[in-house]
Design a protein around this ligand. Structure first.
Ligand code: PLP
Length: 324
């Protein structure tokens, strides 16, 4: 097959990687236990907090977003725990599967794949949980398979109004750095992200932003864990990735993350930055044919070039440069 010109991907992710980022990776291997890597790791771990809008710790694994899903579960929950998940589309189904494989009792609130999580459904569910059996509420922020975005602020409001102590876990794999996201302000306990969507990096990094409550829960959680253990990752601040336990870091993606986090990604998340809406029907990409029904499900992109994430197949927003 002959390719002419530069290939420009228009799929929900992995997204195009800007030239500047590709250049940043084009260097020789360094010692992952040496001072250069330690410095890189420390900077990435600090800067990426800006993207999540958190002051709390973020852990980064050599993994895809699914690794981040697994880490969120095994670090905070115990077999048999009850959790609530919303049926928003394909990725909510897959996350549910992970939860069930770890022995969780999933209360899957039904949805029609045309809109995001319905906070009223959660309200009703919590009303019947006076004993606080539900240990976590898990939401996909941007359902990549449909384009439906859920209001995390509304889900948090319902939990707070019910004075319910369940942890709030959010999959922001295709929303981080694409759609307004506020880990601290929305009191999210675990945010799961990956490198290959809004951050416009190659695949290879799975991330968890962690609240104090989630950290406390991790000390009681009983699901066995080894590779994903937050405590191992957090014991040695600045070491980034489980270096101490002998694993190799995803060096090249870490380098690219450094450039992305120091660059315009911080600018993209500034509330002062102009935003625009992109009307799309993302079901095409998974062959579901679904289109969004409700206006709140429409993706909102920040005007910063990071809009390749999310389901906007066949459409390039006005003014797109492909470069961060
Ligand atoms: C919303 C969402 N969650 C989870 C995943 C799974 O992530 P990964 O393929 O990086 O494991 C994806 C991947 O597209 C996604 O879009």
């Amino acid at each position: 097959m002959i390719h002419a010109g530069r290939h420009f991907l228009q799929i929900p992710g992995p997204t195009n990687v800007p030239e500047r980022i590709l250049q940043a990776m084009n260097r020789s291997v360094i010692d992952h236990r040496g001072p250069e890597f330690a410095k890189l790791a420390k900077e990435v771990l600090e800067n990426v907090k800006l993207v999540f809008r958190t002051r709390g710790p973020v852990v980064i694994y050599p993994a895809s977003g699914s690794g981040g899903w697994e880490a969120s579960i095994v670090n905070t929950l115990s077999p048999g725990d009850h959790v609530v998940m919303f049926e928003t589309g394909h990725f909510s189904q897959l996350w549910r599967q992970v939860a069930e494989r770890f022995g969780l009792q999933v209360n899957y609130l039904p949805g029609n794949w045309r809109s995001g999580a319905n906070p009223r459904d959660l309200e009703v569910r919590l009303e019947s949980d006076r004993q606080h059996q539900i240990k976590a509420v898990m939401v996909v922020h941007n359902e990549t398979s449909t384009g439906a975005t859920s209001s995390i602020a509304d889900v948090r409001r319902v939990l707070n109004q019910a004075k319910h102590p369940a942890l709030l876990m959010v999959d922001s794999i295709s929303s981080l750095a694409s759609i307004d996201y506020r880990h601290d302000e929305w009191e999210v306990d675990v945010t799961i992200a990956g490198s290959q969507k809004g951050l416009m990096l190659p695949p290879g990094l799975g991330m968890n932003a962690i609240s104090e409550r989630a950290l406390a829960a991790s000390k009681q959680a009983k699901i066995p864990r080894s590779y994903w253990n937050w405590q191992d990752m957090l014991q040695q601040p600045g070491r980034f990735l489980p270096v101490h336990s002998g694993h190799n870091p995803a060096l090249w993606t870490a380098r690219s993350a450094d450039h992305a986090a120091r660059g315009r990604v911080a600018q993209c998340i500034s509330p002062a930055y102009p935003s625009r809406r992109s009307h799309t029907c993302g079901g095409e990409s998974l062959g579901t044919g679904n289109c969004l029904r409700e206006p709140q499900g429409i993706l909102e992109f920040h005007d910063c070039g990071v809009h390749a994430a999310g389901p906007q197949r066949g459409r390039t927003a006005q003014g797109h440069s492909g470069e961060l």
